[in-house]
Design a protein around this ligand. Structure first.
Ligand code: HNI
Length: 147
């Protein structure tokens, strides 16, 4: 059972309340697909992923980035039961989609970079620590079906 301090809760909630899903979601998923091209195999039905420009202007990819953030905000709203909240998503990613759980960490890193770039100086070490902890808990919950 993960313990959250009030400060951590307020940092996570505040990041999400200021998050522009339509901007951050697409940018994070595009980084994943460009920086780690093997992750593209899961999106072969999404149309043109030929190069970075194609990925960044692909509306299916953008929509999926927004969808992932909506998935994450379920964890923010249920910070004390993230594992239970992600039971179905974990089954989906492992048994149906066969996403290698290492990829959750890669997407988390891309998301952190995009958010840090957006927040600039206000992405303090304390903010980063709370944010990384949140993503580590999410990643572990999503990967639950694998171990
Ligand atoms: Ni992921 C579908 C959330 C990481 C590949 N994913 C979803 C959905 C949510 C979601 C929400 C929609 C489920 C539904 O339709 O019921 N994914 C998340 C979250 C993370 C994550 C919160 C990590 C932080 N997904 C990843 C990664 C990959 C991935 C790292 C592949 C590299 N996800 C998929 C694919 C689908 C998907 C593929 C199905 C898309 C589709 O078109 O049906």
């Amino acid at each position: 059972m993960v313990e959250w301090t009030e400060k951590e809760r307020s940092i996570i909630t505040s990041i999400f309340s200021n998050l522009d899903y339509e901007d951050i979601g697409p940018k994070a998923i595009c980084r994943l697909l460009i920086v780690y091209p093997w992750t593209q195999r899961h999106f072969s039905s999404y149309g043109n992923l030929y190069n970075a420009e194609a990925i960044q202007s692909n509306p299916n990819i953008a929509a999926h980035g927004v969808k992932v953030l909506h998935g994450l905000d379920r964890a923010v709203k249920n910070m004390d039961k993230i594992k239970a909240t992600y039971t179905e998503l974990s089954v989906l990613h492992s048994e149906k989609l066969h996403v290698d759980p290492d990829n959750f960490r890669l997407l988390s890193d891309c998301l952190s970079i995009v958010i840090a770039a957006k927040m600039g100086a206000s992405f303090t070490p304390e903010t980063q620590a709370a944010w990384q902890k949140f993503l580590a808990v999410v990643t572990s919950a999503l990967g639950k079906q694998y171990h």
